[in-house]
Design a protein around this ligand. Structure first.
Ligand SMILES: Nc1ncnc2c1ncn2[C@@H]1O[C@H](COP(=O)(O)OP(=O)(O)OP(=O)(O)O)[C@@H](O)[C@H]1O
Ligand SMILES: [Mg+2]
Length: 253
């Protein structure tokens, strides 16, 4: 049943490190990250390409195992959990929205939205599904397939799908990266409204405008959080990014 408000910080990372590969080819993607994502908050994660943003999301969501440190997801320490247990935890508690919408082309809007709930072994709550589809403004399109929708509409389906299983946290990796400016603003406004209604969202973005919709921004450089900003303004975010870009390690992209 709904876990959204039952835990103060649905996601916590303690000294998380992640190294890919070994020996000379080893890459340290996360170099000791500690952070809380409190319930009902919208956090943006920014930083140069290769700074570890996607790795941070993947570790936070139990999609990837840290090399060291601890991730706590809805009160459960993910350390030492089996793949099967992690899959189950993800299905019950987290949802993803990606730049590429990743909808099933053969399924209509309603079927796409209910799929994760079905995969989690639960019966979709009809009233809630209708509510989330209405929330993203697609009530008139429930029987349409993704190919019959615009990019913004498809991303709204992906957001409705993310919400349908009532996740404790929605992780979004550049959700507006493939959208034009107006459509992106529409999607960001929707995400902001969802957070006001209690949803927790963590969003990776390269766009200072997108980040300005968040409550706070974490800036990563070389796998570490180097600074954080509350109530981020577009200008301030852009200025900080420019500074950090100059500081970032060369030759990584
Ligand atoms: N599966 C992997 N195997 C090996 N190295 C990886 C893997 N995934 C990520 N890396 C490396 O880890 C570092 C961080 O990657 P990550 O994808 O987290 O960066 P990012 O901040 O999301 O970058 P971008 O903005 O380009 O998406 C990079 O140097 C990357 O090459
Ligand atoms: Mg990335």
């Amino acid at each position: 049943m709904p876990t959204m408000t039952s835990v103060e910080s649905p996601v916590r990372l303690d000294s998380v490190r992640k190294t890919y590969g070994s020996g000379e080819s080893a890459v340290q993607a996360l170099a000791g990250v500690s952070v809380n994502f409190p319930a009902g908050t919208f956090t943006a994660v920014m930083g140069p390409s290769g700074s570890g943003k996607s790795t941070l999301l993947h570790c936070a969501a139990g999609l990837d195992q840290p090399s060291a440190g601890r991730v706590t997801l809805v009160g459960t320490d993910l350390t030492g959990q089996s793949e099967t247990q992690l899959t189950e935890l993800r299905r019950q508690h987290v949802a993803f929205v990606f730049q590429a919408f990743n909808l099933m082309p053969a399924l209509n809007v309603e079927q796409n939205v209910t799929l994760p709930t079905l995969l989690a072994g639960r019966e979709p709550d009809r009233a809630w599904v209708d509510q989330v589809i209405a929330r993203v403004g697609l009530t008139q399109r429930v029987k349409h397939r993704p190919g019959e929708l615009s990019g913004g509409q498809q991303q709204r389906v992906a957001i409705a799908r993310a919400l349908a299983a009532r996740p404790a946290v929605v992780f979004a990796d550049e959700p507006t990266g493939a959208l034009d400016t107006n459509t992106a603003l529409e999607v960001l406004t929707l995400m902001r409204e969802l957070v006001s209604a209690g949803q927790t969202i963590v969003m990776v973005t390269h766009d200072p405008v997108a980040a300005s919709f968040a409550d706070a921004v974490l800036f990563l450089v070389d796998g570490q959080i180097v600074t954080q900003m509350a109530a981020p303004g577009v200008e301030a975010v852009a200025a900080t990014l420019a500074q950090l870009g100059a500081r970032a390690k060369r030759g990584q992209r």
